[in-house]
Design a protein around this ligand. Structure first.
Ligand code: PLP
Length: 390
């Protein structure tokens, strides 16, 4: 006997990884130089030197037994304090170490938070386009997963459509900005309108509607403001990750931040602690916590991503593609010529060009490209895009 839902999750592979692996196999067959793989959001910026140095220094100069022991379940005080200091310095957050729980990256943090928020019959809403893993993560908590349809072409939050989907069963609205897959950054104006709406509906329903702000791309923005969501709407739970900002996706480290002025903040904090226990990932890696205690203030040098972004965006729009304005993250979300992304992806595959159809992101007319690849790959792929545009 086994759980059928889990079986289906395990066997229905994620299309992003499947296409990525297809690309690797194709490269082995026809040569790496003939494959243009834009599928996987693995950072291509080197991990900052200061982070590498921190690893080495900590390993060389810390007693190994102490270093590799379990930390407290919620994370070491040093790590939580460094993050609180950074939030205060950048956003005047008024955070303390007691508002933070260290986690193993955004995905398990989201799992813990959904467990904390789900109640019988509850619903968690997100806005398309969205990260496909949200669905299994939300559903595993027992909450129903609901998607507010996308508002193309700018992909800001469609407020009327969202309002129509809010019910007394809405536990939370899950946001991701800068967004995977669109690269769009929700503006302050958008977030202020959302804040007004959720405040009004929360009063009407007699309970707060939380925002869960999934922020692996917070530091990846190109000349635009990424508003600090708790500064606009206090009932916000932030799930942060260092996977992309410090190019550490394989190391699994991040945090959950619950502002003191969120509704029921203390009880909520304990519920999230419980969510971490229930999903089995307390005591994040000790070595990584020691590194973050020293490196929480670091931000990436985005020059390389920005160059890739500008080259691709300019070229694709010149070829006639409709592209969401990519102000953040390292993705472009492009409308497939003809409006059928699956068909476009198959055609592109024939030419060694691998992009991900938007179906699983809630936008079947679009495809996603990750531009965290070499600039050379981008330049050499442009003639193929030009041909496919026709
Ligand atoms: N949320 C979004 C929007 C993502 O794009 C990703 C990873 O690509 C995650 C969460 C998971 O990130 P992590 O590596 O921190 O678990």
């Amino acid at each position: 006997m086994y759980n059928q839902t889990a079986y289906e999750l395990g066997t229905n592979g994620c299309i992003i990884r499947e296409l990525g692996q297809y690309g690797d196999a194709l490269a082995a067959r026809i040569g790496k130089e003939n494959v243009f793989n834009f599928c996987i959001g693995n950072p291509s910026l080197p991990t900052p030197k200061a982070v590498q140095e921190a690893f080495l220094d900590i390993l060389q100069h810390t007693d190994s037994l102490a270093l590799h022991s379990y930390t407290p379940a919620i994370g070491s005080l040093a790590c939580r304090q460094a993050i609180a200091d950074n939030l205060n310095q950048r956003f005047s957050a008024n955070a303390t170490a007691d508002d933070l729980i260290i986690g193993c990256g955004a995905a398990p943090e989201l799992a813990a938070v959904f467990h904390a928020l789900a109640f019988p019959g509850s619903e968690i809403l997100t806005v398309a386009p969205y990260f496909p893993e949200y669905k299994p993560l939300v559903e595993a908590s027992g909450a129903a997963f609901r998607v507010v349809p996308a508002a193309a072409p700018d992909f800001q939050i469609p407020m009327a459509a969202l309002e129509a989907m809010l019910t007394p069963n809405t536990a939370a609205v899950l946001l991701n900005s800068p967004n995977n897959p669109s690269g769009v950054v929700y503006t302050r104006k958008t977030l202020e309108a959302l804040s007004r709406l959720l405040t009004r509906k929360g009063e009407e329903f007699g309970h707060p509607i939380y925002i869960v702000s999934d922020e692996p791309y917070r530091e990846l923005a190109y000349g635009v403001e990424v508003p600090f969501v708790p500064g606009i709407y206090p009932n916000t739970i932030v799930c942060y990750s260092y996977s992309k900002s410090l190019s550490l996706p394989g190391e699994r480290i991040g945090y959950v931040y619950i502002p003191k002025n969120a509704a029921d903040a203390q009880a909520l904090y304990h519920a999230v602690e419980g969510g971490f226990r229930a999903t089995g990932h307390i005591c994040a890696p000790s070595l990584l916590q020691a590194v973050i205690a020293r490196c929480a203030h670091l931000t990436p040098d985005l020059t390389m991503y920005d160059k890739n972004r500008t080259t691709l965006y300019n070229a694709l729009t010149e070829f006639g593609y409709q592209v969401a304005k990519p102000d953040g993250a390292f993705y472009l979300f492009v409308k497939a010529p003809g409006g059928n992304a699956m068909a476009f992806v198959e055609k592109a595959k024939e030419q060694g060009l691998l992009v991900v159809p938007g179906d699983d992101f809630g936008c079947p007319e679009y495809f996603r490209m990750c531009y965290c690849v070499s600039h050379d790959q981008i330049l050499r792929s442009l003639p193929i895009f030009r041909r496919l545009a026709k």
